[in-house]
Design a protein around this ligand. Structure first.
Ligand SMILES: Nc1ncnc2c1ncn2[C@@H]1O[C@H](COP(=O)(O)OP(=O)(O)OP(=O)(O)O)[C@@H](O)[C@H]1O
Ligand SMILES: [Mg+2]
Length: 271
């Protein structure tokens, strides 16, 4: 079997000075090429902290994070582009004063590309990837729907052709049809680009729909992980059973219903 793309080994992350809080306590995870790994667990369990450590936004107290076999701490800063994040609230991550065209051109400009035609071609490719119309380039974020804004955030994250996309509750603020439309997009990106996705969510129905593997977290620890269907169908841990019991429609009916809604030709993210 091919070695994993992203390997988190015995990660410990603490916050605070003299009385540090161990937000992540000896967690190990594997994200494979072209797969979606879901990270699930109650609020405060440490999911975003793992994401931040992987993205290089917080420094681990100990443990190792490796991307394609190379320790992230040894990787050059500009290599960090290989891991990109999308957050819950696109309004917080998109500049409200910039037109979408400017926002999407930015990563190319920052990376030193000056040729206008090359930038325009890059932006057009990104728009096509996230299935947005070129007409939106002249608009500002407030002139877009929530789903469209999240597509822009995903497009910007894809600009530098990352290996790993971290979606930290990226669907949580959207209505159900838009969640389904964006989840379809994530599956498409996984399949077409071979993108590996760390998908953080509280929504077990969505996790079952999207994820290849799942890890269940509580109080900074990973309680169990494995093949998504196997873990959700036959959880080894009482806490996972509780989470499942708290999810309405977790039976096949709920999944089939979601699949039906996904097949409807709904343009849930039109303004
Ligand atoms: N910047 C910070 N400084 C101090 N403590 C923090 C900081 N960020 C998070 N924590 C603490 O670390 C723990 C894990 O937080 P984290 O944000 O990783 O949880 P989460 O699983 O993402 O929760 P949620 O589902 O609410 O997003 C919590 O106890 C939280 O209070
Ligand atoms: Mg979080």
């Amino acid at each position: 079997m091919t070695p994993p793309l992203l390997c988190v080994d015995n990660l410990v992350v603490s916050y605070g000075g003299r009385r540090p809080v161990r937000a992540v306590d000896a967690c190990s995870l594997e994200l494979h090429y072209g797969q979606i790994l879901a990270l699930v667990g109650e609020s405060g369990s440490g999911k975003s902290t793992i994401a931040r450590a992987v993205a290089g936004l917080v420094r681990p107290a100990s443990g190792r994070i490796a991307l394609a076999g190379t320790d992230l701490s040894e990787q050059a800063r500009n290599d960090r582009r290989r891991i990109q994040m999308v957050f819950q609230d696109p309004d917080a991550s998109l500049n409200p004063f910039h037109r979408i065209g400017t926002t999407l051109a930015e990563p190319f400009v920052v990376s030193g590309i000056t040729d206008k035609a090359a930038i325009a071609a890059g932006v057009a490719k990104l728009l096509a990837m996230v299935r947005l119309d070129g007409e939106l380039l002249g608009r500002r974020p407030r002139e877009l729907s929530g789903g469209q804004k999240q597509r822009v955030a995903i497009a910007r994250a894809l600009a530098m052709a990352p290996d790993v996309l971290i979606a930290d509750e990226a669907l949580s603020a959207l209505d159900v049809t838009t969640q389904l439309a964006i989840s379809e997009l994530l599956l498409e990106l996984r399949d077409r680009l071979g993108l590996a996705i760390l998908f953080i969510s509280h929504d077990l129905l969505m996790v079952r729909r999207l994820a290849d593997r799942v890890a269940i977290m509580r109080s900074g620890r990973i309680l169990e992980q494995g093949d998504c269907a196997a873990v959700l169908d036959a959880p080894a841990h009482d806490y996972t059973r509780l989470l499942l019991a708290a999810t309405p429609d977790m039976d096949r009916g709920g999944i089939d219903l979601m699949a039906d809604i996904a097949l409807l030709d709904v343009e849930g993210d039109q303004p």
